[in-house]
Design a protein around this ligand. Structure first.
Ligand SMILES: Nc1ncnc2c1ncn2[C@@H]1O[C@H](COP(=O)(O)OP(=O)(O)OP(=O)(O)O)[C@@H](O)[C@H]1O
Ligand SMILES: [Mg+2]
Length: 343
């Protein structure tokens, strides 16, 4: 069954989560692709190490599944410091953040996932904490309220966000460095898949490897997930430990992944845009309602890849379908232009 609800990545059950953990690279050297961000992080960590201080605060931005959490873990691992995990939705009051910050040990790496979803009051507390390693705790209410300053142990904050545009500037400015993660090209995805296949004990001929890479929407998490489905298929229907190209194609067809990696939700969005809204422009929320999804999911999970491959455009008046999208769906463009030249 193909799940169309992909908020915050995928709904993984516990075994899948454990496998995702096992597939995570634990050092910068093992981390595939993203040469820019890798180089930037390397320098930052090395300088901090030479001066025996915690590294500057780091913000990691990019679509789901590109390696933000993985990099946060690598930062802690490479600097030999403990990692504390939290997330924006878990910090709904300044008090939640105060409790978290005051319990950090010197040099600890604090990872706040989905940092754009943190409460406003906590954000303000975080500004001071990031800059001066200090917070003010409010005691009492009304006219008698006083604030008590509290010194914090120096720490490194690693924030992750799929929506860096939603972060207030004062918060964004307090990070020493922002790493923008990009979609991976097919060569990098092949390396991710080859590494994971090795860990999972799956043998993949070259053609199988490149077919999975081509259908992974530029995203390592999707590459790993498709690989696991292909492994299942080969185990049940095919040649056991080796997954032939026929196994790959059959498995991906079973899970509704099309020839360029679009899944049911991607296609539903394109279909609504092209057929129902005649190519747009249509507002994000209207489009989301048409496919029965949250606007946030459509915006942060579905759209970035469709924009990147030139299927969808974002304009001030709404979303529009680009000619490539018509071609992929096999629909004649309203201008009457024949777009079937490659059929
Ligand atoms: N550069 C990479 N090399 C190898 N594997 C990677 C890489 N980036 C990500 N992965 C794999 O992809 C999976 C998803 O990565 P990760 O959890 O870090 O994504 P994320 O950016 O935090 O996503 P989300 O926004 O949904 O939290 C991980 O299990 C990891 O194994
Ligand atoms: Mg993550």
């Amino acid at each position: 069954m193909a799940d169309t609800s992909r908020e915050a990545g995928e709904a993984l059950d516990e075994t899948e989560l454990a496998i995702e953990g096992a597939l995570r690279p634990s050092s910068l050297d093992e981390f595939v692709g993203q040469p820019k961000v890798r180089g930037q992080l390397q320098l930052l960590l090395q300088a901090a190490h030479m001066q025996e201080r915690p590294a500057d605060h780091i913000l990691l931005a990019g679509p789901p599944g590109l390696g933000k959490t993985t990099l946060a873990m690598i930062v802690a691992h490479e600097s030999g410091r403990p990692l504390r995990l939290s997330s924006g939705p878990a910090i709904q009051h300044a008090g939640d953040l105060a409790a978290l910050l005051s319990s950090l040990t010197p040099g600890e790496v604090l990872f706040i996932d989905e940092i754009h979803r943190m409460a406003r009051s906590a954000e303000e507390m975080l500004y001071l904490a990031m800059e001066d390693f200090r917070i003010d705790i409010m005691v009492g209410k009304g006219a008698g309220a006083t604030s008590i300053p509290l010194e914090l142990a120096p720490f490194t904050l690693v924030g992750a966000t799929t929506r860096s545009g939603l972060l207030p500037n004062p918060l964004r400015d307090r990070f020493g460095f922002t790493g923008h993660l990009e979609f991976y090209d097919d060569d990098d995805l092949e390396r991710v898949i080859a590494r994971s296949a090795n860990v999972l004990g799956v043998r993949l001929p070259d053609d199988s490897l490149s077919e999975i890479a081509r259908r992974s929407r530029g995203t390592p998490r999707i590459a790993n997930r498709l690989l696991r489905r292909v492994r299942d298929y080969a185990l049940v229907h095919g040649g056991g430990a080796a997954a032939s190209i026929a196994d790959v194609k059959a498995a991906l067809e079973l899970y509704d992944v099309d020839a360029i990696g679009l899944d049911r939700l991607d296609r539903a969005v394109l279909d609504a845009l092209v057929r129902r809204f005649r190519g747009g422009p249509v507002g994000l929320s209207t489009l989301a309602v048409a496919v029965g999804e949250e606007a946030e999911t459509v915006e942060s999970v579905v759209e970035p890849y469709l924009v990147r491959i030139g299927f969808l455009g974002r304009t001030p008046r709404g979303r529009i379908a680009m000619p490539e999208a018509y071609r992929h769906l096999g629909i004649v463009h309203p201008d009457g232009v024949a777009l079937f030249d490659d059929l």
